[in-house]
Design a protein around this ligand. Structure first.
Ligand SMILES: [Fe+2]
Length: 219
């Protein structure tokens, strides 16, 4: 059973899983730009003084739905006209001194807007969207920046909306964690690190026809 949570004050999009060919949303060319999203990272993730090390991003559960099969080597998870609210996820991977974490590969996976994973273990009803990849990856640039174009995930069961991610460097796993959304209820106690869960919460802001957010990952 899946549910979606409306975003108050933000433009809603159809999320019933059907194809809305009449959508007025113009297909926007997805920029691979690594420019900052215009949002600052959570202040909770930053040191208060320049000479203080940043707090490491907490680990979180991988969960049972890590994708199987060949990875999608793309940071654009939406194919064709968007069928739901688009999320532009930008961020930066840094070390505790704020230096770019060069060579990092960010690997994200999450539900569709109806709260369903594309995974053999997920028995949620309904055909999965052909126009959504559910899984993608982005290689950071020299500044440690990455960017994804995807959907706002749906909540399911007792789990608030979230995006799973891993950070790899030279094929070695460096971090497994999750992103939660302030406007969608935050972690709701679901984080593996209750004391540091706030570091995993990002804020949403309008961005064109969709939403954007910014994530700083400290490794
Ligand atoms: Fe999950």
């Amino acid at each position: 059973m899946s549910t979606t949570t409306p975003l108050r004050g933000l433009k809603s999009r159809p999320t019933d899983g059907t194809v809305h060919g009449s959508t007025q949303m113009k297909r926007r060319k997805f920029l691979q730009s690594t420019a900052a999203a215009g949002l600052s990272a959570s202040p909770l993730g930053r040191a208060l003084r320049a000479d203080e090390p940043l707090t490491l991003t907490p680990q979180d559960y991988e969960g049972p739905y890590y994708p199987v099969g060949a990875p999608n080597h793309t940071n654009e998870l939406i194919i064709g006209e968007p069928q739901a609210q688009v999320l532009t996820l930008r961020g930066q991977v840094v070390d505790v001194h704020g230096n770019p974490y060069k060579g990092a590969l960010v690997d994200i996976w999450h539900t569709d807007p109806l709260g369903r994973y594309k995974h053999p273990r997920d028995s949620s009803a309904g055909k999965r969207w052909d126009s959504f990849l559910y899984w993608g990856e982005a290689l950071v640039d020299d500044g440690g920046h990455f960017e994804f174009r995807t959907y706002i995930p749906g909540a399911y069961g007792r789990r608030p909306a979230h995006i799973h991610y891993k950070v790899w460097q030279r094929k070695k796993l460096r971090l497994t964690s999750q992103i939660y959304f302030k406007e969608l209820g935050g972690t709701r106690g679901a984080s593996r690190s209750p004391s540091l869960g706030d570091l995993q919460i990002v804020s949403l802001a309008p961005h064109g026809d969709g939403l954007k957010t910014y994530l700083q990952v400290v490794i």
